[in-house]
Design a protein. Structure first.
Length: 177
């Protein structure tokens, strides 16, 4: 996936979906990143990055945010400069959560949702949410720093049936199966 001995340095996570049909409430999907420290790698996130926020050191930020999926191309884009993260951070989990408005909204009820994880021009993962059609939130990427300080990427869509607040508390608390 990466060059010899360099690990993953920086990635972009992009999310898109089509707007809701006329007369339907808009679908609002949001990218969320959670960072974890070495002493609590599967506990509570040290901090979260989501709409209207960025990491305290500016290494993780949301470049584009959409409340309704209108527009061309990718509707939400998050940049993660992993190589600049302080050494105390050893794990970053990125998820997607659907804002719940009038009725329960799942990935199956959103028109054409998809995501892409890339490092430069190299696509590391690209998928829809077919693995979690009945979920209201999902993790889509996990980045782990090894003992030498290099970052590795773990792909996979893991669905959750949680409201946005609960999802942000638990999105990285479980070990990969």
């Amino acid at each position: 996936m990466t060059g010899f001995g360099k690990g993953i340095r920086g990635v972009e996570v992009a999310l898109k979906w089509n707007p809701s049909p006329a007369g339907q409430p808009p679908s609002d999907l949001d990218l969320v990143a959670a960072t974890f420290t070495a002493d609590d790698a599967y506990g509570q996130p040290a901090y979260l990055v989501y709409f209207d926020s960025r990491s305290p050191d500016g290494t993780i930020f949301l470049n584009r945010d959409s409340p309704d999926g209108k527009g061309f191309g990718w509707d939400e884009v998050m940049t993660l400069e992993l190589h600049r993260l302080d050494r105390r951070y050893t794990r970053v989990v990125v998820g997607v959560v659907i804002q719940q408005s009038q009725a329960r909204t799942t990935f199956a009820s959103v028109l054409d949702p998809a995501f892409r994880v890339s490092e430069g021009y190299t696509v590391l993962a690209e998928s829809d949410f077919a693995a979690a059609p009945d979920a209201t939130a999902a993790t889509v990427a996990e980045f782990v720093r090894d003992g030498s300080g290099e970052w590795t990427f773990h792909a996979g869509v893991h669905g959750f049936d949680e409201d946005p607040v609960t999802f942000t508390r638990i999105l990285g608390t479980k070990r990969r199966g």
